[in-house]
Structures are given as C-alpha cells and as structure tokens.
Design a protein around this ligand. Structure first.
Ligand code: GAR
Length: 207
C-alpha cells in the first residue's frame, strides 16, 4: 500500500525560466520550488534557465543548484524572428505532449515576436515592476515617482502580443515614500516580486 504522502507524477512538468540579469526572481522561484516540494506536490520542476546574456549573474546561481543553463546571445542573430526561433528550439527540449512546458520570464529584457508568444500562449508568464496597466515599458519606478504616485508595485501576468498586457495573475502594492529614489523604490518592489512570483506560478501549476 502506498503511504498517504506518496503522489506519483508520471509526467513531470518542466518550468523553463528566461533571464537577462541578476536573476533574483528566478532564484526565488527555485527556492520556493525546493522549500514547497513542487516536484512531489505539484509534479513540476525548474528544468532550465536560459539567458540572452552570457554574463547574467543568475546563471551562476542556477548552475550551483544543478539546473541546466543555456546562453543564447541575441546579438548573434540577424533578426528578432531568428533569435526567437532558436529560443523556442531550446525551450522545446523541455516540452512534452502530456506536460506542456511553462515558460517564465524573469527579468528577460527582450520583446518577443508574435510567433513565439503564440507558440506558448497560456503558458508564458511575465513579471513587470509596476501596477499594470500603469507604466508599461521601462523605467517604471522613476516614472511612478515623477507622476507623484503614492503607491507602486508589481504585476505577474500572462504574456500576449501587446507589451506588458495580458491577464493579471497577481499584484502586490508598496508605498512610495517621500525620499524614494528609483533605486530605493525598486528594492522595496523587488522584495514583493520574490513573494508573489513563486506564489502565482504555484497557482498556475495547481490548475
Ligand atoms: C525585476 O524587477 C523585474 O520585475 C524586471 O526586471 C527585474 C529583474 O530582476 N522586469 C522587467 O522590467 C520586465 N519588463 P531579477 O533579474 O533580479 O529578477
């Protein structure tokens, strides 16, 4: 007889995380997956971390965790389409018919083509450091300060072909304090990012 805690997941769902830089959100997701036993409880694991920059610090952390890492330098490709096709080729190594890969953008600073977005529709998520639909694009924290916002925050959302659009999966709010700079506000928001992104992904995996 099986013990009560034994859940056998025949098809382990792979999570592939795309980064461009420090990868602190990626690390938060990896740590949550370990702490919360996603493999046993949710039948999912972080299978690979892919960066478009060879010097992305997050790669060091991922390697130390024994996670497969890949670097795909966008500058080596003649077009956005060619880069995205190569990226999809890497991701699809982790895709399985019975367990479609979940693609997680975690500070991946690339605009993706419609073909790429369409390929992973419904299983492609992003974190954006603003309370969407406010402040899509770059420099979100400085723009929130300049606009006199009293609150700022972060959004986890499904990715569509419209920049920083798509169904909102989670948000967190932080105050904007009188002495805030873009750096101090970003730090406060990032703390919340590390809480809501793993939670939102776990929520998706439970569906
Ligand atoms: C995070 O603040 C994330 O929200 C933001 O980049 C940072 C990456 O940090 N993403 C975007 O601006 C996407 N438009 P991390 O590499 O430490 O996770």
């Amino acid at each position: 007889m099986l013990g009560s805690a034994a859940i056998i997941h025949i098809h382990m769902k792979n999570i592939v995380i795309l980064i461009s830089g420090s990868g602190s959100n990626m690390a938060a997701i990896v740590q949550a997956a370990q702490r919360e036993a996603w493999a046993d409880r949710l039948g999912a694991k972080v299978a690979a971390v892919i960066s478009n920059k060879a010097d992305a610090n997050g790669l060091v952390f991922a390697k130390k965790q024994g996670i497969a890492t890949e670097v795909l330098d966008h500058k080596a490709f003649a077009s956005r389409e060619a880069f995205d096709a190569a990226l999809a080729g890497l991701i699809d190594r982790y895709d399985q018919p019975q367990a479609p890969v979940l693609v997680v953008l975690a500070g991946f600073m690339r605009i993706l083509t419609p073909v790429f977005v369409g390929r992973y529709a419904g299983r492609l998520v992003n974190i954006h450091p603003s309370l969407l639909p406010a402040f899509t694009g770059l420099n979100t924290h400085q723009r929130a300060i300049d606009a006199g916002c009293k609150f700022a925050g972060v959004t986890v959302h499904q990715v569509t072909n419209v920049l920083d659009d798509g169904q909102i999966l989670a948000q967190a709010v932080v105050p904007v304090l009188p002495m805030d700079t873009a750096v101090t506000l970003a730090t406060r928001v990032l703390t919340q990012e590390h809480l809501i992104y793993p939670r939102a992904i776990a929520g998706l995996l439970q569906k």
